[in-house]
Design a protein around this ligand. Structure first.
Ligand code: UDX
Ligand code: UDX
Ligand code: ADP
Length: 497
């Protein structure tokens, strides 16, 4: 049986590994947690006060465990010495990236497991004592089974490995509260004495702060599939509401009113029903496509097509939004200056992976628009690296795109303002935006395209803006009909801008 865990090693110091380890160390002062990564730059950043990722509350959580405080001894360490940390730990969390494959079989759909496999191979090669290996990264169903095969083939004789699935459900921007008070901790294991005992050892680590009844156990396959299923169902809700937003725009219904009304049904619930320019982030598209690909390999083409449609609607939503912009701007964007507010895939993160902004910018630059982008958290270097990977390429992007350090610089002289991220914290500059001032520096006619439904539409219309929101008829069409909607408050909290 597995005894009490005293040392944990987390392989992968990214969006999942970093915050998870910080909270685990915080809540278990007697546990030694070492986070390792191949990237020297990333590890150095974790040791400094300029963490490699932005996440509200993260720096405080890291500092407390990493630097110690008063009676508290430091118990969170960052290192590039993967082998030593692996050798010493009884429990190893694997939280490396598992992006979508870019070449070979399943390219563009299947998950790339090479980083994951390479981490597992490292463990097998250096481990001289028994290890509990925890899949934290999101992986296709049956990965644990495959890894068991590798471990038994190359592990040192006499060393026992137990593989658990323990998917992470945190969302970026709310990682710390999500980790502190998770809806559930899910642990999948083999239904053998050794498997159950490993699961119990991991459960004990979480029990330091998570109520026992919220720590659930099941077989490894179910646990792996549950993570994909959770992301697929969340993404599906957004695609469903976005598909309905298209119907709203065509009929005069208001998606926020529809969302409010359906969300009150407790069977449906209010969350993840906010219509937008489209979902982004490193997980939704990747995991839905992975689920579709798995279904295909299991000879379930109808199931694969069903899930793929969730991603198709998301692409359609982004495309619909840009087409609307082009049409409203009289079908010609050539040399028109347009402000892009927000480049991250959601607020409170500097992450841009799969951000709708990348697609929108690509389509607008293809029309030869001149864009000025403002985002309070995204590094300039990151924006260029994302734009470089589009079909347009860096030279033309550099010619057409300017990165601005203030909202007003971005808006000056522009024909239109496009909101792509729902930034609302006070440091971002966007919520306190002085729209009267923006109006005084823009060209006429002035357009606002709100991809997040955060502006006060009637207030902006009073200032002379023509406002186009998601899932609502545009200003002009209502003017034509001579009826302005009452703009009743909807289900979604806060209209910060
Ligand atoms: C439904 C809506 O629930 C109700 O709000 C609306 O006014 C009318 O349509 P109803 O069709 O009477 O009501 O029953 P419901 O309990 O929703 O079940 C509909 C079907 O879905 C049934 O065949 C039921 O067996 C099935 N179902 C329901 C499932 O297969 N799984 C579920 O989790 C729930
Ligand atoms: C998601 C899951 O929420 C999390 O449980 C999982 O572990 C990882 O994937 P994340 O991608 O960080 O987390 O953020 P999330 O808040 O789910 O948002 C994803 C995307 O959907 C964002 O682009 C967001 O703007 C968009 N979104 C979200 C909507 O468009 N409408 C909504 O109602 C909610
Ligand atoms: P996620 O969003 O899933 O946390 P990230 O890309 O933010 O993904 O982080 C994954 C981290 O894992 C990266 O910093 C990467 O350098 C690291 N990594 C990948 N493979 C290995 C490996 N074999 N050993 C150590 N670190 C690894």
């Amino acid at each position: 049986p597995h005894g009490k865990v005293t040392k944990v090693c987390c392989i992968g110091a990214g969006y999942v590994g970093g915050p998870t380890s910080a909270v685990m160390a915080n809540k278990n002062p007697d546990l030694q947690v070492t986070v390792v990564d191949l990237s020297i730059k990333r590890i150095e950043a974790w040791k400094s006060d300029q963490l490699p990722i932005y996440e509200p509350g993260l720096l405080d959580a890291v500092k407390l465990a990493r630097d110690g405080d008063g009676g508290r001894k430091p118990n969170l360490f960052f290192s590039t010495d993967v082998d030593t940390a692996v050798r010493e730990a009884e429990l190893i969390l694997v939280s490396v990236n598992t992006p979508t494959k870019i070449t070979g079989t399943g390219a563009g759909r299947a998950s790339e497991l090479s980083y994951f496999e390479s981490a597992v191979r490292t463990i097998a090669e250096v481990a001289t004592t028994d290890k509990i290996i925890v899949e934290k990264s999101t992986v296709p169903c049956r990965t644990a089974e495959n890894m068991r095969e590798i471990l038994s083939a190359i592990g040192h004789p006499g060393v026992n490995f137990e593989i658990l699935s323990n998917p992470e459900f945190l969302a970026e921007g709310t990682a710390i509260p999500d980790l502190m008070e998770p809806d559930r901790i899910l642990i999948g294991s083999l239904n053998t004495a050794a498997g159950l005992s490993a699961a119990a050892a991991l459960a004990d680590v979480y029990a330091a702060w998570v109520p026992r009844e919220n720590i659930i156990t099941m077989n490894t396959f179910s646990s792996e599939l549950a993570k994909l299923a959770a992301n697929a169902l969340l993404a599906q809700r957004i695609s469903s509401i976005n598909a309905l937003s298209a119907v709203c725009e065509a009929t005069g219904a208001d998606i926020e009113e529809v969302s409010y009304a359906v969300g009150l049904d407790t069977r449906i619930g209010r969350k993840m029903l906010k219509a937008s320019v489209g979902f982004g982030g490193s997980c939704f598209k990747k995991d839905v496509l992975s689920l579709a690909y798995i279904s295909e390999t299991l000879h379930l083409p109808e199931v694969a097509a069903y899930w793929r449609s969730v991603v198709d609607i998301n692409e359609y939503q982004k495309d619909r939004f840009t087409k609307r912009i082009i049409q409203c701007l009289f079908n010609s964007l050539k040399n028109k200056k347009i402000a892009i507010l927000g480049f991250a895939y959601k607020k409170d993160t500097g992450d841009t992976r799969e951000s709708a902004a990348i697609t929108v910018v690509e389509s607008l630059v293809a029309e030869d628009a001149k864009l000025s982008i403002y985002d309070p958290r995204v590094e300039e270097e990151q924006v260029w690296s994302d734009l470089k990977q589009t079909h347009i390429g860096l030279p033309k992007m550099k010619e057409n795109v300017t990165l601005c350090s203030s909202v007003y610089d971005a808006c000056a002289d522009s024909h239109a303002v496009i909101i792509l991220t729902e930034w609302d914290d006070t440091s971002s500059g966007m919520p306190r935006m002085d729209w009267a001032h923006v109006a005084s520096v823009m060209r006429r006619p002035m357009f606002v395209f709100d991809g997040r439904n955060v502006v006060d539409k009637s207030k902006l219309e009073d200032l002379g803006f023509r406002v186009e929101c998601i899932g609502k008829p545009g200003s002009a069409s209502f003017r034509e009909r001579g009826s302005v909607p009452s703009g009743r408050k909807s289900s979604q909290e806060g209209s910060p801008v």
